[in-house]
Design a binder for this molecule. Structure first.
Ligand SMILES: NC(=O)c1ccc[n+]([C@@H]2O[C@H](COP(=O)([O-])OP(=O)(O)OC[C@H]3O[C@@H](n4cnc5c(N)ncnc54)[C@H](O)[C@@H]3O)[C@@H](O)[C@H]2O)c1
Ligand SMILES: O=C(O)C[C@H](O)C(=O)O
Ligand SMILES: [Mn+2]
Length: 559
């Protein structure tokens, strides 16, 4: 009797294990091929009879998925469809995205990711392999990183505490979607293996009362932990991350203004890391300005830069351009005098209250202006300064008004006007208005994708001044070259690989290459980055050929 029971039990156990194994494959999006599993694979994996009989090709699956995508009516429904596809079959997701990168970027990433973050609790789906770290449980950090990666060899992490999501402020645990979206762009643009990346949410609470009051909110329901206790937690996270994934690049995203630069300054000379809002944005805007100079045949060092919204991104941009001006031969004193920072207080002077550490080196002296006390609005400052470059990172929609833009354009032949605030609803201006108000003279770059503008018989192409046009190539180049650190030299190499990739002689030329070329120019950036790392001897592993290292690392979405 006992023997029979034992035989029956072991048979049941074997069939349970066998079934688990087969369902495990179907449920593992990194392994799943769905209806593309061949007859032999189905035999070997125990999938006979648990898939419809037809064996599809990846192309057939892709066509089918695209038709389903197109059948979704709202951008958010399209995004939910794509996220579910990602959770089911990663190869199919990226094969599809590769074929429609221009159409999919705004859905997977900015601006639709903003809607997804705002409605995260209502539409919560499987978290795309994200790791959720809670400031209330530092003892769980190591366990969380292990659980979320299940032994995968992680080479790239995007981490956010969601205190400064785009221009929308504090979104607590919902902000994990920005890390998910950024990583999807990394793979689509540069080809980082999706099995080698990890999105991380640091849930340190939220000051967003809407979320605290929402019974469906999924994060820590208390005020955001700030100051040293928060920074101590970041230290614990970085220590655990370095121990678990010593070869991983750490990309910080959408941290609050008070912490972003502090964290970057602490770690930039210790580990392979960068802050996308500070450095990534500084890089893409300088690349856009270089492209603009090529079109207008002007020199960067002769420009006057006005930053509207001198925060994380605004100061990242100012510092990157400042470094370039010094490299072009200006003294630091001469270079600093090219900048005018406008923030909530108006034009920032050395005695303006509540200056951030980053703003202080770029403040002006009241003695430079007869009407200094009147310079409390953007309009007044534009009138007094006559900037030739105006960058918007203010989160304040529509603030580049017709009056302000026309005043600027009256004093410079080809004004550079970059309304960079995201998402769409926060942009300082629309491209079509800027073209109209400057009679086609403005050289424009917008944070969100902008359609071509037809004006007086010319088609104006608008370069997207979004860090997604440079961080994938930069990050992939750092990972492929096993970089120990990111230096200014490498940052400059990446910028100059992208800057100037414009067709200056075409009427209406864009200041940056189009997103349709994203994979192509991301590879150029990655190669320049990797070559710079190796030239500085900052590679952990021996690399004989940097370009080959990039090519060998590139993942392609094929079964
Ligand atoms: N295009 C890109 O690649 C890119 C990259 C990073 C950030 N951004 C966008 O830039 C914006 C700012 O992002 P951040 O991370 O720098 O945020 P931040 O909070 O660090 O900076 C915003 C700054 O704008 C200032 N500001 C707010 N209201 C203002 C007003 N009425 N007048 C003048 N200044 C005002 C704030 O005081 C702050 O200094 C966001 O919309 C973000 O999406 C775009
Ligand atoms: O996320 C983006 O679209 C760009 C940038 O990182 C931002 O915070 O706006
Ligand atoms: Mn950001």
């Amino acid at each position: 009797m006992f023997k029979e029971e034992l035989v029956k039990l072991s048979k049941n156990l074997r069939s349970v294990i066998f079934m688990l194994k087969s369902y495990e494959v179907l449920r593992n999006p990194f392994l799943n091929k769905g209806t593309a599993f061949t007859k032999e694979e189905r035999e070997e994996l125990g999938l006979i009879g648990i898939l419809p009989s037809k064996v599809q090709t990846l192309e057939e699956q892709t066509e089918q998925a695209y038709a389903q995508f197109q059948s979704k009516t709202s951008p958010l429904e399209k995004r939910i469809f794509l996220m579910n596809l990602f959770n089911e079959n990663v190869t199919l997701f990226y094969h599809l995205m590769d074929q429609h990168v221009v159409e999919f970027m705004p859905v997977v990433y900015d601006p639709v990711v903003a809607d997804s973050i705002e409605q995260y609790n209502e539409i919560y789906t499987n978290p795309q392999h994200a790791a959720f770290l809670s400031i209330d449980h530092p003892e769980d950090i190591e366990k969380t990183l292990k659980n979320a990666t299940d032994g995968r060899d992680i080479r790239l992490i995007v981490v956010t505490d969601a205190e400064g999501i785009l221009g929308m402020g504090d979104w607590g645990v919902n902000g994990v979607d920005i890390a998910v979206g950024k990583l999807m762009v990394y793979t689509a643009a540069a080809g980082i293996n999706p099995a080698q990346v990890l999105p991380v949410s640091i849930d340190s609470g939220t000051n967003n009362q809407k979320l605290i009051d929402d019974p469906m909110y999924l994060g820590n329901r208390h005020a955001r932990v700030a100051g040293q206790p928060f920074l101590d937690f970041i230290d614990k996270f970085v220590e655990a991350q370095q121990k678990a994934f010593p070869e991983a690049l750490l990309h910080f995203e959408d941290f609050g203004r008070a912490n972003a630069q502090v964290i970057l300054d602490k770690y930039k000379n210790e580990i392979a890391t960068f802050n996308d809002d500070i450095q990534g944005t500084g890089m893409i805007v300088l690349a856009a300005a270089i492209g603009a100079m090529k079109i207008s045949k002007q020199e960067l060092k002769n420009q006057k830069f006005l930053t509207f919204g001198a925060g994380t991104a605004g100061m990242g941009i100012a510092n990157q351009i400042f470094t370039e001006l010094v490299q072009e031969g200006l003294t630091e004193e001469e270079a600093r005098k090219r900048f005018y920072l406008v923030d909530k207080q108006g034009l920032l002077f050395s005695d303006t209250p509540d200056l951030t550490p980053a703003q202080k080196p770029f403040t002006r002296d009241r003695s430079e202006f007869e009407n200094a006390e009147e310079l409390t609005t953007l309009a007044a400052v534009v009138k007094a300064v006559h900037p030739t470059v105006m960058v918007g990172t203010s989160t304040q929609p529509g603030t580049f008004t017709e009056e302000i833009v026309k005043e600027m354009a009256a004093h410079t032949e080809r004004p550079l006007i970059f309304p960079l605030s995201n998402p769409t609803k926060l942009a300082e201006a629309k491209a079509e208005d800027l073209i109209k108000w400057t009679d086609g003279k403005a050289l424009i770059s917008t944070g969100i994708p902008a359609a071509d503008v037809e004006y007086k018989g010319v088609t104006y192409h608008i370069g997207q001044g979004n860090n997604a046009l440079i961080y994938p190539g930069l990050g992939f180049g750092l990972v492929a070259s096993t970089a120990k650190l990111l230096t200014q030299e490498t940052i400059s190499a990446a910028i100059h690989a992208l800057g100037g990739l414009v067709d200056a002689n075409v009427d209406g030329a864009a200041v940056l290459p189009p997103v349709s070329q994203l994979t192509k120019f991301s590879q150029i950036i990655a190669e320049a980055t990797a070559e710079s790392v190796v030239a500085q001897g900052l590679n952990r592993e021996d690399i004989a050929d940097a370009k080959k290292a990039v090519a060998d690392m590139k993942w392609t979405p094929e079964y």
